[in-house]
Design a protein around this ligand. Structure first.
Ligand code: ADP
Ligand code: MG
Length: 385
């Protein structure tokens, strides 16, 4: 991508950038990103009103400057916010402005929101959030699939999302690296043997490769692409989905699978640290998520397509497998889940073992017959729907 005046913002230059977009003097900016990939600033004007500026850096921040990564992901995020925003307007932050040359999005500030992950880690009840995210999945996944869009409209939308290097990041980090001796893998020395057992497991290796093929070839719906609990922000009953830079077309079960993986990680982490009653609340959230996804999908399904049950059974089977891979990679791969990483060493070791073994049973087991079975495997406990 040509430079055309691109420069990473600092707290001064980001104010100059925002000034022409707002009617009052901009007074301050702070960097707020917990930054795996990008710079994120909160820019505040004299009245106290603020906006968020998210700017793509030309490399993968979490891996260091040596892993270059296209700034085109800012364009992908802007396009995905628009496409998903049409289908679930109340669920996305408003895109106020997009600057292609600077790879920068100006977004509505979700001030006072916290990530769902932070809320879950702190043991706070989050009523309604799981169901809202389940409905969002149904709205945007069915809404960008051939079931809801006319063929010409869908093909036109499809063409806007040209191949993205971010897909390779997912292919590498989710489907490939955890199962080979990759320099990007990161894990506790205490689980060396566990990580080694993943690399030696031929059945797992094969299953991951097959799922990678599905991810690359099954062009079913415009996915969020990175729908974990840190991509959901909540404040009371206001629930928003952020961080759509990994959006691309793929299998419908992918987003729900990722989200469930992170609920399972949260649950296992609470269990490992003795939070049994909160762990059971997370069970409720998982079922609420799935029920909302299922009900809303059924409601939105086209009456001219008499095969909803078969479709949804496949979504469930796919979601289970994608969830399993996501759980495993968050223990041995490059990017971890805070829920588990922040535990004390003994609890962490227990949780890491449980997550990997749950992941294995999700990936390698026969297709799940119902959601209770998926969740049993994800958490290694018996749950009844
Ligand atoms: P990255 O992909 O670089 O991690 P995110 O889009 O996930 O970037 O944003 C990083 C963090 O910035 C989020 O976890 C959240 O705390 C904050 N953030 C991002 N977008 C907004 C927003 N619209 N309003 C408020 N905070 C936001
Ligand atoms: Mg991101």
């Amino acid at each position: 991508m040509a430079d055309l005046g691109y420069r990473p913002f600092d707290t001064r230059t980001v104010c100059d950038f925002v000034q022409p977009l707002v009617r009052e003097p901009v007074v301050s900016a702070e960097e707020i990103g917990d930054g795996n990939l990008n710079l994120v600033f909160r820019v505040t004007a004299g009245s106290g009103r603020s906006v968020i500026v998210k700017q793509a850096l030309p490399y993968l921040r979490v891996a260091g400057e040596s892993w270059s990564l296209t700034r085109h992901r800012a364009r992908i995020e802007a396009d995905a916010i628009e496409a998903h925003g049409k289908l679930a307007p109340e669920m996305l932050p408003r895109l106020i402005h997009f600057d292609e040359a600077l790879s920068a999005l100006v977004l509505e500030d979700l001030a006072g929101h916290v990530t769902w992950r932070d809320a879950l880690m702190s043991g706070r009840a989050t009523p309604g959030v799981a169901a809202a995210v389940g409905r969002y999945c149904a709205q945007v996944l069915l809404g960008t699939s051939d079931v809801k869009l006319s063929s010409p409209d869908r093909k036109a939308l499809r063409r806007r999302f040209v191949y993205s290097e971010l897909c390779i990041v997912t292919e590498d980090l989710v489907f490939t690296s955890p199962y080979i001796d990759s320099p990007s893998n990161r894990y506790d020395p205490a689980i060396n043997v566990l990580a080694e057992s993943l690399r030696a497991d031929q059945a797992l290796h094969k299953a991951a490769a097959e799922l990678r093929f599905a991810f690359k070839t099954r062009d079913e719906a415009l996915l969020h692409g990175d729908l974990h609990t840190g991509s959901v922000m909540v404040k009371d009953d206001d629930v928003r989905v952020i961080d759509l830079e990994f959006a691309y077309f793929g299998p419908v079960g992918f987003d729900p699978g990722l989200l469930l993986a992170h609920l399972a990680l949260a649950r296992i982490a609470h269990e490992a640290s003795g939070g049994g009653s909160y762990a059971r609340l997370i069970d409720d959230y998982a079922f609420e998520f799935w029920d909302a996804l299922s009900d809303e999908s059924r409601r939105r399904w086209s009456p001219t397509e008499p095969w909803f049950d078969r479709f949804f059974a496949r979504v469930l089977a796919d979601a289970a497998r994608f969830a399993g891979l996501e759980m495993i990679r968050r223990i041995v791969g490059l990017a971890h889940a805070q829920d588990v990483d922040c535990l004390s060493p003994n609890n962490r070791l227990q949780a890491q073992n449980r997550v990997v073994s749950a992941g294995r049973s999700l990936v390698l087991g026969s297709p799940c017959a119902g959601f209770a079975e998926l969740w049993n495997r994800a958490t290694h406990e018996e749950h009844y729907a």
